[in-house]
Design a protein. Structure first.
Length: 167
């Protein structure tokens, strides 16, 4: 009988080993679910909504806005290249360094920036509305802000978390 007791102490029963493994696995599974749930809670429902938005949607209004922006782009391009104009973190553009623009042209650049920003604001609103969710305008804006920076040429400026950054 002493041998049986010693053997029992050395090796836990099969049931005990299964309970121990199941408990550890269950803890891992629950931790995984908790992490996923916290990600959704941190990003909010807007993450799911923005993922569902069709950013390539096209309506006559969107086409008109895009055409207006494309017609203006050749006038703004030299100012992106010189660093006078940069991309803001909210999906707009701004005069970043007015001294890079000759004094006689500064009024013109301000008008270009103003017209571009008006079109960008309209574009974000129209895309959200065309998707049937005007409340998505903020998420559409943030998505485009990232796209503008991704598409920016080397040497252009954009607003990062800590200020202006040269790409």
């Amino acid at each position: 009988m002493a041998k049986l007791s010693l053997k029992a102490r050395q090796k836990p029963s099969l049931a005990k080993r299964l309970r121990s493994r199941t408990g550890k696995n269950m803890k891992k599974i629950l931790l995984g679910f908790a992490m996923i749930a916290s990600l959704f809670m941190a990003t909010g429902s807007s993450f799911v909504q923005a993922a569902a938005a069709d950013l390539e949607i096209n309506t006559p209004a969107i086409t008109a806005i895009k055409n207006s922006m494309q017609a203006r782009h050749p006038q703004i391009l030299p100012h992106y290249n010189s660093g006078a104009v940069g991309l803001t973190k909210d999906g707009l553009i701004a005069v970043r360094d007015a001294t890079a623009v000759p004094l006689k042209d500064r009024g013109g650049i301000n008008s270009l920036v103003s017209a571009e920003n008006a079109d960008r604001n309209k574009l974000y609103k129209e895309i959200a509305t065309a998707n049937g969710h005007p409340e998505w305008e903020g998420e559409v804006r943030q998505t485009f802000a990232g796209r503008w920076v991704d598409k920016a040429q080397s040497g252009w400026w954009y607003q990062g978390a800590s200020g202006w950054v040269k790409k």
